[in-house]
Every structure is written in C-alpha cells, then in structure tokens.
Design a protein around this ligand. Sequence first.
Ligand code: NAP
Length: 483
Amino acid sequence: MDISNKSLIKDKCYINGEWINSYNKDIIEVNNPSTLKIIGKVPKCGKEETKFAISKANEAWSGWKGKTALERSVLLKKWFYLIEKNKEDLAKIMTFEQGKPIAESRAEISYGASFVEWFAEEAKRIYGDTIPDRFSDRRIIVLKQPIGIVAAITPWNFPSSMITRKCAPALAVGCPVVIKPASQTPFSALALGVLAEEAGFPKGVINIITGDAKEIGSEMSYNPIVRKLSFTGSTEVGKVLLSQCSSTVKKVSMELGGHAPFIVFDDANIDEAVTGAIQSKFRNTGQTCVCANRLFVHEKVYDEFLKKFVKAVSEMEVGDGFTEGIVSGPLIDEYSLEKVKEHVQDAVNKGAKIAIGGEIHKLGGNFYLPTILSDVSIKSKITNEETFGPVAPVYKFSKDEEVIKMANDTPYGLASYFYSRDIGRIWKVAEELEYGIVSVNTGLPSKAEIPFGGVKESGLGREGSKYGIDDFLEIKYIQMAGI
Ligand code: NAP
C-alpha cells in the first residue's frame, strides 16, 4: 500500500498498548477487491487472545473511568485531530482494502472523525437528575455511570466510521473497548489504533483484535467481564450474538441490515429525486445498510423519473477506486457478486425489464454494472431481501396508502426515503413509515448529530447524537433518608 505515513500500516493486533501476533502465528490474508491481489496479512486470533484483551481492558477500567470528563475529552480531541491530519493516508488504506472510490473514502474518514469530535464534547455533558421525593426528609439523586467493558464488532462496508461511531461514545463516558474489525478490512481499524496510541490513550483502554469471527464473537458474548456488546453487521449474525449475550444479560446495540424504500410522489421535484436515488442507491456500490433497495414511483411521474434515472446511471464511471472520475468501485467479494447476479436473474425470470446494466462490467473480477430494473414483481427476491449491490428495482404505485403498505411490508426498518413538496403528506408519510430513519427530500441522512438506528429486525439502540451515549451508561438511583 503506497502511502506517505507508513507507520499507519500495522499487521499486528493492538492489545494493552502492545502490537502482538496471534498466539499460534496463524494469519488472515487481506486482498484488494479491485485487483484481487493480496495486500497484506493480519493475525488470526481466537478465544485466548480475546480473553486476554478483555482482561487487560478490565485492568484499565478503573483508571479510565477515574479520569475527569475533561481529560477524556482532551484525548478524544487529540485522536480526532490526528485522524484528520492523516486523512489522505487513511482514505488510501481504505480504498486499497475496501475498494470504494477514493473520494468516498475521504468522506468516510471525515464522517468517522466527526463522531470522535462530537463525543469529545458530549463527554462533558453526562447529566444526572434530582427528583423531588414524596417524603420531606428524603432526597433522590440519579447518576449516570459507565457501563463497563465494551466489545465492538464491525463490518467491512464502513471500515473506519463504524469503529469510531461505537468507540467514541464508549471512551467518552469512561468505558475501555475491545474492537473486532471485519476480516476483509482490518488495516483501517489498526491504523486508527496507531493514532489512538499516538494520541496518548492509556494502555488497555483501546484494544483491536483481528481473527476468527466465531471464536472472538463467542468470547465477547459469553465473557461476564464484558458488559456491553455493540455490533454492526448482518441481521443473521446479529441474532446469533443476541442469543449468545443472553447468557450474561449484557446490554447490546445492534445495527443490522436494511431494506430501504425510496418513494417518489407525484408532487416531487424529479431532478432532486434522481440525485437522491443515485446517492442513496449507488454509494459504496450499493453496499450500505441505508441503501435504497426498493424504489416506488407514482404512476404520473414514473416515465419521467425512470428516463432521468437511467440517464444519470449511464453517466456513472465504474472502476478502480484510485482512477480519476470513478464513482463506483468493485463489490467486496465473489459472494456479493453472486448474490447480485442471482437477484437480477430472479427478477428477470419473474418479468422485470433491465432498463440499464444487468451484467458484469467489462473489467471482470468483482465489478458489476450499475443496474436499474423496471416492472419488477413484488414476488422477486430483490423485493424481499437486502441486495447489497448496485441494483435499483423500480415499482409503480398510484395511492399513498398503497405505497406506505408496500414500504412497510418487510421485517427490516432502518432507513426510508421519500420525495414530496406537500407538507401535509410529508408529516403523514413520515409518521407512518416503520423505520428508525426517515429522510425527506434528501438521499444522505447520516451524520454525527443524528440518532442512527433501526426498528424491527434492523436492530436495537441508536448511534450518534446525544442518544448514542446512553447505550454506554447505566442509571443509578441514590436514595438519601434522614435529612
Ligand atoms: P456480517 O457477516 O454480519 O459481518 C459483520 C462483522 O461480524 C464482521 O466483523 C464479521 O467478521 C463478524 N462476524 C461474522 N460472523 C460472526 C459470528 N458468528 N460471531 C461474531 N462475529 C461475526 O456482515 P457483513 O457482510 O460484513 O456486513 C454487511 C451487513 O452489515 C449488511 O447486512 C448491512 O446492512 C449491515 N450494516 C448495518 C449497518 C447499520 O448501521 N445498521 C451499517 C453497516 C452495515 P469477519 O469479517 O471476520 O467474518
């Protein structure tokens, strides 16, 4: 990986302030999803290393929670400035291992850093309460205290920001963290570890362990020292972790899959809706949990929207993330490519028409053409499952009630989008969509100051905003009598 600050590239885990190998020296190879070449290796750790990391985090706990909020805030701010200072190199590492266009990687580094900066401020605002008692000689005080050791498991699609979105609030309130990044994108995580070390976090407060997902995840779930598990990834794995965590009654946050509806009403600004659809559907090659997965367009504006949407997609350049002008990179791996192919084929078999794309890109490998499908049957797999790829199925509707029903007809409930200029309709539809995020007239809802998260099988808890810190706090009530 050709970057300026070579010290950011680490092929070891970061535990208790040391860079270590796996005990049995096993490794995981990491490839570049664009070139399919191996770019490095990281340790394949398991149960024992995870247990060790958790015990070291536990040793660091009393010192870390004993610091003042201001001291923790200062360290988080140092980390934030170092991330921003090394933004270009961090973005390059991300494009090397994840494949996203370099402009998107830069945006993600800044997005990820914004959580560190946000929670550096929030660290100072953990307010409790006093409650008037029903007896005159008593007083009630409510304290908020750090929950304890936090374990975090993160996915490959946002290799940097999913880590900061979890760790920054945990660290801000006084919880040490043990992080397990996705095996396909560990270098972005380890680079954050290098900068955390440089910022001066005490040893054991931030630990990063790469390796066997099942072994690490199971130790994190069953180990009673861990009091909170925060997971971002698929609903399938989320359910496994939820069940494992029940054994020690841990607090959990689950940021899981999505199946976002994107609705264009007949009073929408069509050009803006097309821009939003491109942003929401095709960012990160369709591999975001908030990607539009089902586009419902009112029959009166269907033809106009489809024509403009197809034109916009025809102008998208696909290729290696480092190539000038590229807006769409490769899919992460062959498995993802196969799923995309399967969803398109199934939709076509059930009557869908390919408006554009619908096949592998001429570059081969993991590259697939940005695709639009029209006349899609609601019985298709793509209507009912998260595709996680650059395919936009478009459906026609005529009535508001009909489209709200279709939009809600899924076990998922993360992000939803709609375009309308009618204030009455905006309120009504926003209230009726069963989603944690409703984005009106924009395709980009994510930022540090909003409570990000889903309902139904899209998850539990919220990340970002003032609400994101609550997930790492316990409430303690103190009763004082005899006053
Ligand atoms: P995934 O397979 O669930 O993997 C996510 C993380 O879990 C990785 O670190 C993975 O490790 C680990 N993992 C896999 N199996 C595990 C197990 N049995 N126990 C413990 N950990 C395990 O998901 P993905 O394919 O990487 O990510 C895509 C999914 O994430 C999509 O469904 C997407 O919607 C969702 N997502 C949700 C949000 C949100 O905020 N709601 C944000 C981004 C992505 P290995 O890499 O080592 O296998």
